[in-house]
Design a protein around this ligand. Sequence first.
Ligand SMILES: Nc1ncnc2c1ncn2[C@@H]1O[C@H](COP(=O)(O)OP(=O)(O)O)[C@@H](O)[C@H]1O
Ligand SMILES: Cc1cn([C@H]2C[C@H](O)[C@@H](COP(=O)(O)OP(=O)(O)O)O2)c(=O)[nH]c1=O
Length: 212
Amino acid sequence: MASGLFITLEGGEGVGKSTQARLLVDALRSHGYDVHATREPGGSPAAEALRNLMLFGEAPLSTRAEILAHFAARFDHVDQVIKPALAAGQIVLCDRFTDSTLAYQGYGRSMGDESILSLIRMLDGNLGLQPDRTFLLETPREIARQRLVARKAPTDRYEQADEAFHARVIAGFQTIAGQNAGRIRRVDTSSLSVEDVNSLIVRDILAIRAHV
Ligand SMILES: Nc1ncnc2c1ncn2[C@@H]1O[C@H](COP(=O)(O)OP(=O)(O)O)[C@@H](O)[C@H]1O
Ligand SMILES: Cc1cn([C@H]2C[C@H](O)[C@@H](COP(=O)(O)OP(=O)(O)O)O2)c(=O)[nH]c1=O
């Protein structure tokens, strides 16, 4: 049996991650692959309960508590869902993972404070797995904001944050991509159609699959 493959999608809100996740599941299944699509925060029953607290809870957590809550959800998701799926040879497609904690809590909330970034890296180092490939979807914030208004989903805590926060998140993702150039592929979703973004990502995953 082929070994599993762990793929993550990253980026700010409204860049097209969920749209691509849906299309990718269909495309990879049509190539005969067994795919498990999941998301963070969430992806396991306990992590989904924590998601609700983090996105919609009345009382905001302090930044360090928020990081631990994201990692409590992530450890449960990794241990109970992602690792077993990879062990069964599945392609796991995850909408957000640790890069989001670095970008939102590390850069967005904490302005790149080195002690906060190293807390996140230490927790990440204990997960016992890394994505085989990450696609960082990027689009100018103004376009993403217009897409979100059109999408009309309920607004969560992070979407309500001010524009300076979102600018730090976007710049944070760029820094993270620069530091992990082997793993992270940047994809501009403002200049490419949904279909073109999808075929670019599918081609890349099939090329990795051919080697793993
Ligand atoms: N490449 C694209 N070009 C134009 N619109 C897009 C593109 N990708 C996504 N959209 C639209 O933008 C909105 C937000 O996309 P979504 O996948 O929900 O983003 P995310 O999951 O990153 O928040 C949706 O209405 C979607 O149809
Ligand atoms: C995984 C993760 C998400 N988040 C935030 C980013 C998103 O605003 C929110 C998840 O919301 P979600 O609805 O999944 O994202 P999107 O709006 O892009 O479709 O949680 C963090 O702040 N830290 C994390 O570690």
